[in-house]
Design a protein around this ligand. Structure first.
Ligand SMILES: [Zn+2]
Length: 438
C-alpha cells in the first residue's frame, strides 16, 4: 500500500492542558505539518518539508491546508438503536424511556432493520468526524451482529455490546439472566478483537436488571476482565429513588454496581449527575469513568454535571464526554463541547478550548483505556483523523476574520461548528467522509 502524507495544520495532545495556553509540552502544533501514514498507522508527525523529502518510497500527498488536522473524535456513550428517537417530545427520563425509546428499540428484532440503521449510523458518525464510539446496541443479538458487521466492514475502531435487561421494560425487550449471559458470551467470542472491534459488557442500568442478572453480569466481568463495562448511573432523581426501592439493602445507586463487581478501570458510567460524596469516593477508588453527556442532560432535563467536584475529589474521578444519542440531540462532538461548555460555565467552571479538544481526542481515548491506540498522532497509533474547517459557513467565515490565535479558532469551531466543519475524515488512513454516498 502506498504511504499517505496528509498536509495541513496538525494538532495532537500528549496530556491534558489543564492550564490552557499556559500549558507547555502537552500538545504539538505544527503550522505546515505532515502526517505520514503507512498501513493504517501513524509513522511520523513533523514539518511537511521534512517528511516530503521522505525515504524514496511512494507517497500520496493529500493537501488539506489551511485546515486543522486532529485525531478522529471519540464518543464514549451513544445508543445505536436510538437514531429514530432523537428529538422525541417527552418529559423526564422514565417517560422518555417508556414512551419512545423502549418502543423504538423493539424494532431491532425486525428483519433487516438493524442492518439498515447500522449503515445510517456509521455514515452519521463519519459525517460528524467521530471515528470511535462506545455504543449500546439493543437487547437483541442481531443488533450487535449488524453493528459489528458494518463497523468491521468499514474498519472502524468501535466498542459495543448487547444491552442486558430482564425487568421493567416491555416483554419484547427482555432477556433473562441466563440468555443475557449466553448471548453476551457468544458475541464476545465472535466479535471481540476481530479487526478493530471491542466488546463491552452492557447492563443497561440497575432499574432494568434483576439481582440475578447483575450477579451473572459480574461473572461475565470476572471471566473477561479485559472488556469494557458500560452502564448508566445517577442521571435523574426519580431513577435514583426507583433504584433505592429495587435494592433496599444498597447504600446508594453506585453501591449496586459495586456490590456485583461491575466497577473497574474499564467501566464507563453514563451521566453521574446526582452523586453523593460516598459515591464519588467509590467511583474514584475503582478508577471508573464518569461520562458527561451535555446535550442529553439538557434535553431530558436531568441536571448539571459537576466536573470540578469530580476532579477535585481525592483521587480524582476519571471523566469523558459523549453525545448520548438519542437522549442527546446531536451526533456532533463539536455541538457536544459547546453545550458542555455552557453547563460548566453556568456553574462557574471555565473550560478552556484546548481542554475541550484534548477531551474529544486523547482524553476520551484515555477514558476508554486506548491511549497509544487512538486519540493522538503518536507513531504507531491508528491513523484516524479529522480535518476541521473553521470557515465552513458564511457566519463562521465572517467571524474568522477577527480570529487571531489557534485557541480562538478552536473555540469558534466548538461554538459555531457542526458536521459542516468536518472537511474530511480518515479511518485507518483511508478517506471516509468524501467516500460517503451522501
Ligand atoms: Zn445513555
Amino acid at each position: 500500500m502506498t504511504d499517505v502524507l496528509l498536509r495541513g495544520r496538525l494538532l495532537s495532545f500528549n496530556d491534558e492542558p489543564l492550564a490552557g495556553e499556559e500549558s507547555t509540552g502537552v500538545f504539538t502544533y505544527i503550522e505546515d505539518g505532515g502526517l505520514l501514514i503507512r498501513d493504517g498507522r501513524i509513522v511520523a508527525m513533523d514539518d511537511f518539508a521534512v517528511l516530503q523529502a521522505g525515504d524514496g518510497r511512494n507517497v500520496e500527498v493529500k493537501d488539506h491546508r489551511p485546515h486543522l488536522i486532529l485525531p478522529g473524535f471519540i464518543d464514549t456513550h451513544i445508543h445505536f438503536p436510538q437514531m429514530q428517537v432523537v428529538g422525541s417530545y417527552a418529559g423526564a427520563l422514565m417517560e422518555w424511556l417508556s414512551k419512545y425509546t423502549f418502543v423504538e428499540e423493539q424494532k431491532f428484532s425486525d428483519q433487516g432493520h438493524p442492518e439498515r440503521i447500522a449503515s445510517a449510523f456509521f455514515d452519521e458518525l463519519i459525517r460528524h468526524g467521530t471515528t470511535t464510539a462506545a455504543a449500546y446496541c439493543s437487547v437483541h443479538k442481531a443488533s450487535v451482529k449488524a453493528f459489528f458487521a458494518e463497523s468491521h466492514r468499514r474498519n472502524l475502531r468501535m466498542v459495543a455490546g448487547k444491552v442486558m435487561m430482564d425487568r421493567n421494560a416491555p416483554p419484547g425487550l427482555l432477556d433473562t439472566p441466563q440468555s443475557g449471559y449466553d448471548d453476551s458470551k457468544a458475541l464476545i467470542a465472535e466479535w471481540h478483537g476481530k479487526g478493530r472491534q471491542l466488546y463491552a459488557i452492557t447492563p443497561r442500568f440497575a432499574p432494568t436488571s434483576t439481582p440475578e442478572q447483575l450477579q451473572m453480569t459480574g461473572t461475565l466481568v470476572q471471566e473477561h476482565p479485559d472488556l469494557h463495562v458500560q452502564t448508566h448511573l445517577c442521571e435523574n432523581t426519580a431513577e435514583i429513588a426507583f433504584v433505592a426501592e429495587l435494592f433496599p439493602w444498597s447504600r446508594d445507586y453506585t453501591n449496586v454496581y459495586e456490590h456485583y463487581g461491575l466497577l473497574g478501570q474499564k467501566t464507563l458510567l453514563g451521566h453521574c449527575i446526582h452523586l453523593t460524596d460516598a459515591e464519588i469516593g467509590a467511583i474514584a477508588n475503582a478508577g471508573s469513568v464518569a461520562v458527561f453527556c451535555p446535550t442529553s442532560n439538557l434535553f431530558i432535563g436531568s441536571g448539571l454535571f459537576d466536573l470540578a467536584r469530580l476532579r477535585t475529589s481525592n483521587p480524582p474521578v476519571r471523566n469523558a464526554i459523549a453525545t448520548d444519542i438519542g437522549g442527546g440531540t446531536s451526533y456532533s462532538m463539536l455541538r457536544t463541547l459547546d453545550e458542555g461548555y455552557k453547563i460548566l460555565n453556568i456553574q462557574g467552571q471555565r473550560y478552556h478550548p484546548l481542554r475541550s479538544f484534548y477531551q474529544v481526542t486523547l482524553g476520551n481515548a484515555r477514558a476508554l483505556s486506548l491511549e497509544g491506540v487512538i486519540g493522538s498522532f503518536t507513531p504507531g497509533a491508528e491513523a484516524d483523523c479529522v480535518v476541521l474547517d473553521a470557515r465552513a459557513t458564511p457566519a463562521m467565515r465572517i467571524r474568522m476574520e477577527t480570529v487571531e490565535t489557534l485557541v480562538e479558532e478552536l473555540f469558534l469551531m466548538q461554538t459555531m461548528g457542526d458536521d459542516r466543519s468536518i472537511a474530511e475524515v480518515y479511518v485507518a488512513g483511508r478517506a471516509a467522509k468524501s467516500a460517503l454516498a451522501n
